[in-house]
Design a protein around this ligand. Structure first.
Ligand code: HEM
Length: 405
């Protein structure tokens, strides 16, 4: 008898290549209980889409966990929850609707398109520092810095603050999006939230004194019939935009380059036809996108494909599995930069659809086209490519690359 597959995101083979397991789960156990992470793992396209939007699921996945805590961890985390409770991703209507409407006005398409010249010049700067013919780490030297600089510039924050903010944001991530066991993760998350919130309180006070032309000023001035965002909402929104705005896009740039290295014919096609970049970026998002899964909590007991899901249980809807579901996509494991239609779920679905999708797409288009336009060849450098935990985030953590003009 063959053994039933088990989803374990810490397993190194799964981390490197989770797709064979996803395929097997789709086929044999589409609503899979993972004993390793004590959560439901959902892998088929229609189910993942449904989970993202269903009323039977709640986005507020941190609060039940927090409220069940009785020891000192509850006290430590109170200072983290104060802000995370205000994050759009964890909120439900009608509060979500109010905040999202205000943020849609701040992150208008027009505002994002207006950033293109600056994104272009940042990309050129970064590539001009890449050592031609010598191996360098594309993740560290380009993919991490580009989205960070873009979001810092948009928020009117000095690029020099990046290292400091990144440390805080990494500490905060220990609580939000990781399968890593870290002894001190709650204390670190608290320290990250304390530092980041104090930093943004100062910046907001400075903007109140002297208005600028940046996203923080726009958030400060945003109004609806109930008034403007209060101080905690503003601080939380700055933290969320900064948090959501850099790492996901970093991972997209990294996995796009890996995909092109592994598919020389598709790389050639894009080199010869840079106008295909729009559909190419959609395909990079689908083929091996950064949002490996989205998390939910079962809100009310219900059945799915014969399995009983109980209120309070955690659910991971595996976007990357859905994006390769043969029930939805022809030749799902092939990278086809001209794929159409390409309704991937990488930016989520419904109410919580990614606020930053147009910005992420723009950064990827400018960066990948500049890379192929500027360098006649690219090859994998010496050493292994390592991958992040395969639970919430997906992407290479390092990527040795050699570029030749
Ligand atoms: C390739 C890059 C990106 C990917 C793959 C991505 C993915 C996602 C996904 C899957 C969600 C939905 C989460 C859920 O339903 O639980 C989301 C929401 C969100 N994203 Fe992104 N994101 C990216 C870039 C960005 C950027 C650049 C920003 C900010 C500038 C951003 C800000 C947000 C915000 C604020 C939300 C919450 C929206 C809401 O709940 O209404 N994201 N993103």
């Amino acid at each position: 008898m063959t053994q039933a597959p088990v989803y374990d995101p810490t397993n190194d083979t799964i981390r490197r290549n989770p797709f064979p397991l996803y395929e097997s789960l789709q086929e044999h156990d589409p609503i899979h209980w993972s004993p390793v992470i004590r959560s439901w793992i959902i892998t088929r396209y229609d189910d993942v889409r449904q989970v993202a939007m269903a009323q039977t699921m709640s986005s507020d996945r941190l609060r039940p966990f927090y409220e069940a805590l009785k020891d000192e961890r509850r006290e430590i985390l109170s200072g983290v929850m104060r802000y995370l409770n205000e994050w759009l991703v964890f909120k439900a209507a009608p509060e979500h609707t109010r905040l999202r409407k205000m943020m849609n006005a701040v992150f208008s398409l027009q505002m994002i398109q207006g950033r293109e010249p600056q994104i272009r010049s940042t990309v050129e700067d970064l590539f001009s520092q890449a050592p031609a013919g010598q191996p360098f780490d594309f993740m560290k030297d380009v993919a991490v810095l580009l989205p960070a600089y873009v979001i810092l510039d948009m928020m009117g924050l000095p690029r020099g603050d990046f290292r400091m903010i990144k440390e805080w944001s990494d500490d905060l991530r220990l609580f939000i999006g990781t399968s890593r066991a870290d002894e001190d993760k709650y204390r670190k998350a608290r320290s990250g939230a304390d530092h980041m919130s104090a930093y943004f309180r100062d910046v907001i006070a400075q903007r109140r004194a002297t208005l600028g032309d940046d996203v923080i000023t726009k958030m400060l001035l945003a109004q609806d019939e109930k008034g403007s965002l209060n101080e905690d909402e503003l601080v939380a929104m700055c933290m969320l935009v900064l948090f959501g705005g850099h790492e996901t896009t970093t991972n997209l740039l990294g996995s796009a380059v890996v995909a092109l290295l592994e598919h020389p014919q598709q790389q050639k096609l894009l080199r010869e036809n840079p106008q295909l970049i729009d559909s190419a970026v959609e395909e990079f998002l689908r083929y091996d996108g950064p949002s490996n899964s989205i998390a939910r909590v079962v809100a009310v007991d219900h059945e799915l494909h014969g399995k009983s899901l109980k209120a309070g249980e955690r659910v991971f809807a595996m976007i990357n599995a859905a994006n390769r579901d043969p029930r939805r996509f022809d030749r799902p494991h092939d990278l086809e930069i001209q794929r159409s239609p390409n309704r991937h779920l990488t930016f989520g679905q419904g109410l919580h659809f990614c606020l930053g999708a147009p910005l992420a797409r723009l950064e990827a288009k400018v960066c990948i086209n500049a890379l192929l336009g500027r360098f006649a060849s690219m090859e994998l450098g010496p050493g292994d490519v390592n991958w992040l935990d395969a639970l919430v985030m997906r992407g290479p953590s390092n990527l040795p690359l050699v570029l030749k003009s």
